[in-house]
Write a protein that binds this ligand. Structure first.
Ligand SMILES: O=P(O)(O)O[C@@H]1C[C@H](O)[C@@H](CO)O1
Ligand SMILES: Nc1nc2[nH]cnc2c(=O)[nH]1
Length: 295
């Protein structure tokens, strides 16, 4: 694998080729795209009438290399709504440039997807967050962008969107409000938050000093994904809802005996999978009825 950020960028025609390959094989049009975070692949397991494509069989697609990311694109029906699910996403630390990590979002766009739900596992920085809580992302801090790394780097493809897209309304306020209502109706009132997510390059978890700095900057949860997908989705005018499952506490004290690890992340995700399936199912149902089917 060539790990250089200077790998040849995807052309519009390559993305179109991938979308056409999938359209030929899927007999319905997904309106909502779902990206499953670490250990959250079970969200896709519940789809009815599934059509599955291992990433290695899709032209131009990267492949997943992380445990808890099965590496399949799954089409099917969730709450009777046609959706496409990424059971496994791509991260910068796997060696992929950000534009490659986010490429499936553009494929979804060309397939007719208008709404993206991006989920992730994240460390909880906010003092009130507990493992198992859900944070609806109201904004992000693009730390990788601060360091000059952005999925939209390179010549702009006007057919997707403008050279300089705004990002101050990245997360759909109405969908956040509705998701809170849905969460509360599922008995999640005490486990629901809205907050600011930040993505670091990974793969190491953060130092104490890094976490303290992020907290001072206003970050509530920290992860290694999502931001590049959201930027790419907003660039091509997709509506975005994102949430973090808080899978571990961020360790802010030097004398703590704890160390974060991927197993606890996966365990926390497993513990919450049934609740999240219900939560996402109801959100999808709302989006489809109130947004996608409106005349
Ligand atoms: O894909 P997500 O952001 O859910 O995965 C998080 C970040 C790392 O890939 C992994 C660390 O446990 O979980
Ligand atoms: N960067 C980062 N990513 C995570 N993914 C799940 N937990 C964490 C965390 O604590 N830090």
């Amino acid at each position: 694998m060539n790990f250089s950020a200077n790998q040849e960028l995807y052309t519009y025609e390559m993305i179109e080729q991938t979308a056409d390959f999938l359209k030929l094989r899927v007999h319905f049009q997904p309106k909502i795209g779902i990206i499953c975070g670490s250990g959250l692949g079970s969200l896709a397991q519940d789809l009815k009438d599934r059509i599955e494509f291992p990433y290695s069989t899709i032209p131009n697609f990267p492949v997943s290399t992380v445990e808890g990311h099965a590496g399949k694109l799954i089409f099917g029906f969730l709450s009777k709504v046609p959706v496409v699910c990424m059971q496994g996403r791509f991260h910068f630390y796997e060696g992929y440039p950000l534009w490659k990590c986010a490429m499936p979002v553009r494929v979804m766009k060309l397939m007719g997807v208008s709404h993206l739900i991006a989920t992730n596992a994240a460390g909880g920085l906010h003092k009130n967050y507990k493992v198992g809580d859900i944070m609806l992302v109201k904004d992000h801090i693009n730390m990788m962008g601060f360091a000059g790394n952005n999925p939209l780097q390179g010549p702009n493809e006007d057919r997707f969107g403008p050279r300089f897209p705004p990002m101050n309304k990245a997360y759909d306020k109405e969908l956040i409000k509705k998701s809170i209502e849905i969460g509360e109706n599922l008995g999640l009132k005490d486990n629901l938050h809205t907050g600011v997510y930040t993505c670091l390059g990974g793969p190491n978890f953060e130092t104490v000093a890094e976490l303290r700095a992020l907290k001072m900057l206003g970050c509530d949860a920290v992860g290694m994904s999502t931001v590049h997908e959201v930027i790419t989705a907003r660039h091509c005018d997709m509506h975005v809802l994102a949430f973090s499952l808080i899978t571990n506490e961020c360790i802010l004290e030097y004398d703590s005996q704890n160390e974060p690890n991927h197993e606890e992340v996966m365990d926390a995700a497993k513990m919450r999978q049934d609740t999240l399936i219900k939560f996402v199912g109801k959100i999808v149902d709302y989006i489809y009825k109130e947004r996608c089917c409106r005349p």
